[in-house]
Design a protein around this ligand. Structure first.
Ligand code: PA5
Length: 420
């Protein structure tokens, strides 16, 4: 994985000098975060040291089932989805085994559709919630559990609960489900390398050893003191400086469809971690080359309030030649076309003075995806220090959660506003 920031430098972007001038601030941010790891306040970096052998047992257990159902919300599910799609690819359920479904919303049509698609008796259910109290997760789980209870003898064996407490933990203990813990010092959106992600992913054929080895390679780089050698610290610094120059929007633009869900994971990580105290850079996900034909016009010619990060994959796992007949299109691989489009977009943005950086993956596999996810976790953590916000809590989200519970208790299904 290579990170290039050439085109962020210059009049509209940041110069090497700007970064050098920040010296102390960058070092304080790095040290501030390292201190939080040292004193045990933050635990996501320690997840890389756990024994992965335990996941072989879950993989074996999975052999009794044909389907996996993952129920969760936000940080409890987005990373798992991102890695699953990043590695297993598009349209997985049409050719892959076991089939997998993700339930992360309170949309009744989605839940009913999923119920029609799976045979619950043959389904291993992962219900994931750090707090154990998230409404959508509990609602979907209770629907599934009630059906299971009526239909399946010893249905407890179909359920794995992953939580740190709350109502879900009580249910799991009472019901005798398999129970995994999420460490207290690991926040939801930083939990993908814990049981939250690794348990279901190991059942989905993901090579979690390579995933973690990628994250470990990145961890080493992210410990470097020199900002120019530390990709997460560098990217955090660039985004911070750009925000100071009113680049309020951070666009991530992968040129590989398998990375779209990664973009959705990043969106939550960046927004929920840094959007607080009146501060925050709005994350947007765009997909290359598709969004060249929609959002690019705005990025290039609209307000100069964005910094764009391209993600490019050099070698695709499958490729195919165009058979157009005549002219320039003939004899190009699709990979050559999509990567030329990436470069053309990058050059056009630079010509229009839109700052951009680029991450190049030689291939998209478990190792590079592990590196990428971990780099963004570290980048977000460093950014929290630079911006002076706590990037591990989410008070506004909690406020909304409480209010929804209250409305439901009062039987107010969205018809009447109430004061706090
Ligand atoms: O990152 C976070 O902390 C949040 O997005 C949570 O993951 C999300 O709100 C779900 O919470 P919980 O895991 O407690 O069910």
């Amino acid at each position: 994985m290579i990170m290039q920031w050439t085109d962020v430098l210059g009049a509209e972007g940041v110069s090497t000098k700007d970064i050098e001038n920040m010296g102390n601030e960058i070092e304080n941010a790095r040290m501030g975060f390292m201190e939080k790891i040292k004193n045990g306040e933050i635990g996501f970096t320690n997840l890389l040291n756990v024994d992965l052998g335990n996941y072989d047992e879950i993989k074996k257990y999975m052999e009794e089932f044909d389907y996996i159902l993952i129920i969760g919300m936000g940080g409890s599910i987005l990373g798992t989805e991102a890695i699953h799609e990043g590695i297993n690819g598009l349209y997985y359920n049409e050719h892959g085994f076991p089939k997998v479904y993700f339930l992360d919303n309170s949309d009744p049509e989605k839940t009913c559709r999923v119920l029609n698609l799976i045979d619950l008796e043959k389904t291993l259910i992962f219900v994931v919630s750090k707090s154990g109290n998230t409404l959508e997760t509990l609602a979907n789980f209770s629907i599934i559990k009630n059906i299971l209870e009526k239909k399946v003898k010893n249905y407890e064996k179909n359920i794995i609960a992953i939580t740190n407490g709350g109502y879900l933990k009580k249910l799991a203990e009472k019901g005798g489900y398999i129970l995994f813990n999420i460490p207290e010092n690991v926040s939801g959106r930083y939990s993908v390398f814990s049981d939250v992600g690794l348990a279901p992913l190991s059942c989905l054929g993901i090579n979690i050893k390579e995933l973690i080895s990628g994250a470990k390679i990145m961890d080493k780089l992210c410990k470097k003191e020199d900002v120019f050698e530390n990709p997460a610290l560098m990217s955090a610094t660039i985004h911070y400086l750009m925000y100071k120059k009113r680049k309020n929007i951070s666009v991530i633009m992968p040129y590989a469809e398998r990375l779209y869900k990664f973009g959705m994971w990043y969106r939550q990580l960046w927004a929920e971690s840094l959007g607080k105290d009146g501060i925050g850079q709005t994350p947007l996900v765009s997909l290359g080359a598709k969004d060249q034909h929609s959002l690019l016009q705005l990025y290039m010619d609209g307000p100069k309030d964005k910094i764009v990060t391209f993600i490019r994959v050099n070698t695709f796992s499958e490729d195919i030649k165009t058979e157009y007949g005549e002219g320039n299109l003939n004899m190009h691989n699709l990979s050559e076309i999509i990567n030329s489009e990436q470069l053309a977009t990058e050059m056009s943005l630079t010509n229009h003075k839109v700052p951009n950086v680029k991450i190049i993956l030689e291939e998209l596999n478990e190792t590079t995806l592990g590196m990428l996810l971990y780099m963004y976790e570290m980048q977000t953590a460093f950014s929290g220090e630079l911006f002076g916000v706590n990037s591990f809590d989410q008070p506004a989200v909690e406020e909304e959660k409480k209010l929804t519970w209250r409305l439901l208790e009062e039987g107010n299904y969205g018809n009447k506003r109430i004061s706090k």
